[in-house]
Each structure stands twice: as structure tokens, then as C-alpha cells.
Design a protein around this ligand. Structure first.
Ligand code: C2E
Ligand code: MG
Ligand code: MG
Ligand code: MG
Length: 273
């Protein structure tokens, strides 16, 4: 009996695998034409200053309106786009579209101080022409560099730390801001963080949603905040879902929030200030 159920389970697993692989191959194929077919959209999630309760900016988050699979989150295609190299073009589209949209909002709502955050992928980050592309997007949209934030992760900078510093310096010299995304999940150490030219860290949401639970994770959050404060970095908490999170974070000195508590990411036409 054991043997039989074992075999059945194996076959089931096998069938699932090939189904997943088939879907992945389909998506990979479709990805080639998706940009031309204008199937990508950006959703926007506000970042809120807890002191004023004002929106300070938005993070642009990509979605793929796939004709067969529906609206796909980046989880289903960013890796594929990286593997095919298509991420470079896709990333450039994101930059241009996000800058264009922010300019519209700045003018419409008379909020020239509003920021837009754009996620960079690992491959984009090591692209020699990255800063050209960023400055190109700023020029095309007539957006000032101070209002553009690029989000990178710890793993991205650790690939080649010295070169990363150079890239980040180039961007910051022009006024572009840099935020360190998903902070805390990687190899965070005070010594390397102190050498990184960044403006802010975003505490990973896996730590935030544990605030109401375990003692240890709460200690991690307050340690991260203390560390960022000592380096005079702005601190943004991502994945803020409950009042209790805000209460804890503000008590520890973190006042900038992003999360479902305020808003889920929304299509541009649903955004109003
Ligand atoms: P991220 O940059 O850390 O973005 C935050 C993610 O957390 C988003 O998922 C957002 O929808 C989700 N989130 C925000 N608040 C909450 C909350 O309160 N609770 C929960 N459970 N989730 C929350 P999303 O949009 O699925 O994006 C996932 C990741 O995909 C992003 O993580 C980012 O790494 C990547 N990504 C998104 N857009 C782009 C892009 O244009 N280019 C690249 N290279 N990567 C992107
Ligand atoms: Mg991000
Ligand atoms: Mg993040
Ligand atoms: Mg994340």
C-alpha cells in the first residue's frame, strides 16, 4: 500500500511539474511580444508620512495583462524576463512610464514634491547604460531627478560591491535617490551599510507582519531602525497592514509607511490624491 501511494504521488508530482513547465514555456514565448502588444501595466502603491498622513510618493509595481492567464504579478514573469535578457527593455519601459505618470500627477495635483519609486532588477543594475537610461527617462518626462527613487536590494549590491558604489554615486550625484529594498532579509551589516550611498532603507514586510507576534522579530525591527537612524537614513516600513504596526513603528522612530493598511497597489486611473 505504501509503495502504491508513493508511486501515485510521484506521478501526480510529475504531471504537475510538466504542467508548470508547459505554462512557463508558454509565458516565456509570450513575453517576447508582450511589450510590443502593450500588455504591461504599472500599479501604484502610496507611501505615507505618518506624521502628516500625507502621501509622499508612490511605488510603481509592474503587472502583465496576459491574454490567457489574466493579470499576472511580477512573481510569474520577472525571473523569466531576466533569463531571456528582456528585462533590460522592460525595465526601461517601466522607468519611462513611471516618470511620465508621476509628472502628470505632479501637475494635476500641484504636488511637485511627489516621488516615484521604481524597482531595478539585478541585470539592469549591472547594465553599463543604466544611468543613461535613467537620465533619458527623466529628460523625456521633464521630471526632476530628486523625485525619482530607484529601489535596489542587498543581494544586487553584494554581487560587486565596489562597482555598485560607483553606479550609485553616479545616480546620486545627479540627484536621483536610492532606496535599499527588502532590508533585513539579506546579509545586512552595519559596516557595509555605512559605505553604501543610499538615502533610505525599506524594512522587509516579513519583519513588519511579525510585529504583533514574536519577541525576537520585534527586536530585529527595532535593531534595524536603530541602525538606520545611526546612519541618518530614512526608514520606510513595507507591508504595514495594521494599526498596531504603526503604533510600534512610530514608537521606535519609523514614520514612513507603505502597505495595505493605507492602500493596495492600484492602476493609475484609480489613483487620486
Ligand atoms: P517589492 O519591491 O518589495 O514590492 C512590494 C511588494 O509587496 C509588492 O508586491 C506589493 O504589492 C506587496 N505589498 C505591499 N504592501 C503589502 C502589504 O501590506 N501586505 C502584503 N502582503 N503585501 C504588500 P508585488 O507588486 O507582487 O511585487 C513583488 C516584487 O516584484 C517587488 O517587491 C519587486 O521586487 C518586484 N517588482 C515589481 N515591479 C517591478 C518592476 O517594475 N521591475 C522589477 N525589476 N521588479 C519589480
Ligand atoms: Mg520595491
Ligand atoms: Mg520590498
Ligand atoms: Mg519584496
Amino acid at each position: 500500500k505504501v509503495k502504491r501511494s508513493g508511486k501515485n504521488r510521484y506521478e501526480l508530482y510529475d504531471a504537475q511539474m510538466s504542467q508548470e513547465m508547459r505554462e512557463e514555456m508558454m509565458l516565456k514565448q509570450a513575453l517576447h511580444h508582450a511589450l510590443d502588444k502593450r500588455e504591461f501595466v504599472l500599479h501604484y502603491q502610496p507611501q505615507i508620512c505618518g506624521r502628516t498622513r500625507r502621501i509622499i510618493g508612490y511605488e510603481a509595481l509592474i503587472r502583465w495583462q496576459q491574454p490567457e492567464f489574466g493579470l499576472l504579478s511580477p512573481h510569474f514573469f520577472i525571473r523569466l524576463a531576466e533569463e531571456s535578457g528582456m528585462i533590460t527593455q522592460l525595465g526601461e519601459w517601466v522607468l519611462n512610464e513611471a516618470c511620465r505618470q508621476l509628472k502628470v500627477w505632479q501637475l494635476r495635483y500641484k504636488r511637485p514634491d511627489l516621488n516615484i519609486s521604481v524597482n531595478l532588477s539585478a541585470r539592469q543594475f549591472v547594465d553599463e547604460t543604466l544611468s543613461e537610461k535613467i537620465f533619458g527617462a527623466l529628460e523625456a518626462s521633464n521630471l526632476s531627478p530628486e523625485n525619482l527613487v530607484v529601489e535596489i536590494t542587498e543581494t544586487m549590491v553584494l554581487q560587486d560591491f565596489d562597482r555598485s558604489i560607483e553606479t550609485l554615486k553616479q545616480l546620486r550625484d545627479k540627484g536621483v535617490k536610492v532606496h535599499l529594498d527588502d532590508f533585513g532579509v539579506g546579509f545586512s551589516s552595519l559596516s557595509y551599510l555605512s559605505r553604501l550611498p543610499v538615502d533610505a532603507i525599506k524594512i522587509d514586510r516579513s519583519f513588519i507582519n511579525k510585529i504583533d507576534a514574536g519577541e525576537n522579530d520585534v527586536a530585529i525591527v527595532s535593531a534595524i531602525i536603530a541602525m538606520a537612524q545611526s546612519l541618518r537614513l530614512q526608514i520606510i516600513a513595507e507591508g504595514v497592514e495594521r494599526e498596531a504596526h504603526i503604533r510600534y513603528l512610530s514608537q521606535k522612530g519609523c514614520y514612513d509607511y507603505q502597505g495595505y493598511y493605507f492602500s493596495k497597489p492600484q492602476p493609475a486611473e484609480c489613483v487620486s490624491l
